[in-house]
Every structure is written in C-alpha cells, then in structure tokens.
Design a binder for this molecule. Structure first.
Ligand SMILES: [Mg+2]
Length: 303
C-alpha cells in the first residue's frame, strides 16, 4: 500500500485540456493519475489497487464512462472505488443513469472549479475515514499485516473472481518450525519479535497488487496469490529469506536458526473446490506433509 494519508485519484478524459484542467485543480489535494480512455482507465485501476476516486468522463471514443463504471462495479475488487462523472451532458436522464449505475456524484462541464474541488474533497474525506477504520479492523495488532478476518474476506473474494474469470488461484500456509520451543526458551517478548520479523519478510516476498499475506493465528501465516504465479519459487524465496534473518534458535532440531515450513497449492482455472474451506484444508494437508518430511521446506501441489 502507498501512503495511507494521501488518497489517489484517477482522472479519465479523452480531451488533454480537460485532463490538465482537472489535474491542475486537484494538485496538492491528492496523488493524481491520468488516463485518456476507458480501456486505459481500467488497466490503471488493475495496476493500482489504491485508487480512491475516479473522475470519469462520460463521452469518450471507444469505451464510454457508463461502460467503465459498469465494469468497475461488476468486479468485486473494484466495486468500491468512488466515481464522480464529469460530463457535458446536462440532461437529467443522463445524471439519473449515472447515479443508478452507482456513481457517487455528478459534475457538469464546463466545470466550476470550486464545486469540483469541494465535491472531491468531501468524497475523499469520507473515503479516507472509512479506509482508516477498515484498515484497523483488518490488521493483526502484533505484526501489522492482515489478520485472519481480512484474509477470509479476501479469499472469498479471490475465489469468486477466479471462478468468474477462469483464472488460477494459489494459496499457501506457512508455519514457524518449533515455535513453542522458541517461546519457552527465549520468552514471549522474543517470540513476538520473531513473528514480526517473519511477517515483514513474508510481506516483502508476496508483493504484487493483489497478493495478500496474513497472520492466520499463533505462528501460522497464509499467503494468497491470485492469477498465474510460480508459487514454488515464491515460497522458496520466503523460506530462504526467513532463514537469512538468522534468528538463533538453539532448541530447534531442524536448524540453528528459526525456519518455516510451507505448504502451497495451485488451483487451476475451473478446478477450484466448491468452498474456500476445502481450499484451506488442502493447503493445510500439504503443510502437514512438509512438517512430517522434516520441516524447513516447501511443498506444493497442483490440482
Ligand atoms: Mg470526452
């Protein structure tokens, strides 16, 4: 995630003059991105999960603003992004159509700068407050990464998306080896520290826009990797980097430092199990095998 206090706004308009005018008006209010048509707007949104608001032109060659909004709302990952239509249409029916499609607001061209600025500010203020509350409710308080509740929501969302788009989905469970012995020997303060460092390391490994690393409970972490990804390589990197932290563990029978075991699964397009629970169970089984086969290792399974 980018700086949480600076919202990102995407300006979409086919006229360079309009883009420039809006960008100038909003500079200093937010981080700005620009797109010149509907298709590149959707691409931008896919690349930047942090966009809070889109100022969307209605009339553009190719895909128009209504269609862009319809597609945003149809995808669970982008359904919550705010949209303010900016349009030369002054017809009441057009305004109604935009609002019915789920736009937050509507401003007409030629734009009145003070009004646009005020509407954008109002929207962003609410969006930022909502985001902060959401962030707090989604965060694991010990490590600062996502908590289990957030992970469960994201997994459900990723499953729906994978089913609809026929994309594959990877999932991994990661468990710290001999962690109880670590806590018993070094104390809970050291144990908490170790979990924080491991969480941070895992978060650094899975960093594509829709990847998610969460603390699942105790010393167990989960990784959600939507789309096509070499899950084995990601997990191997995670395993290696945790070892390289060099957190001494005298009581481990596996290594002289803290290590992790990883169980990953890849559910190919169209082969996703019916429930997210069975997906988690399968990852858990693979993790269990990694443990049984000696720990500090990565096992993956594809189905
Ligand atoms: Mg236009």
């Amino acid at each position: 995630m980018n700086d949480l206090t600076t919202p990102t706004v995407l300006i979409v308009d086919d006229e360079p003059m309009n883009r420039m005018a809006l960008a100038e008006l909003l500079s200093g209010e937010c981080r700005l991105l620009l797109a010149k048509d509907g298709a590149s707007a959707l691409q931008r949104v896919a690349d930047e999960p942090d966009i809070s608001l889109i100022l969307l032109d209605v009339s553009m060659p190719g895909m128009g603003g209504y269609e862009v909004l319809r597609r945003l709302r149809a995808d669970a990952r982008t359904a919550d992004i705010g949209v303010i239509f900016v349009t030369g249409h002054t017809d009441e029916r057009d305004e109604e159509r935009g609002l019915l499609l789920g736009a937050q607001d509507y401003v007409s061209k030629p734009i009145r700068p003070a009004i646009v600025k005020a509407r954008v500010r109002n929207y962003l203020k609410l969006a930022m407050q909502r985001r902060e509350l959401e962030r707090l409710s989604q965060q694991d308080s010990l490590t600062g990464i996502a908590n289990r509740r957030h992970f469960d929501e994201e997994l459900a969302r990723a499953c729906r998306h994978a089913r609809r788009s026929q994309e594959s989905l990877s999932l991994a469970m990661i468990d710290v080896d001999h962690f109880k012995q670590y806590n018993d020997h070094y104390g809970h303060g050291a144990g908490d520290d170790a979990l924080r460092r491991i969480a941070h390391t895992l978060a650094g490994v899975a960093r594509r826009p829709y990847d998610l690393v969460a603390r699942y409970g105790g010393e167990e972490f989960v990784l959600l990797l939507p789309g096509v990804v070499d899950v084995e390589a990601v997990l191997e990197q995670a395993r290696r980097e945790v070892m390289q932290l060099g957190i001494a563990h005298q009581m481990s029978t596996t290594a002289s430092v803290l290590t992790v075991s990883c169980g990953g699964i890849v559910a190919d397009a169209g082969r996703l199990p019916k429930t997210k629970e069975s997906l988690l169970n399968r990852a858990d089984e693979v993790l269990y095998r990694a443990k049984r086969e000696g720990r500090n290792r990565v096992l993956t399974e594809r189905f």
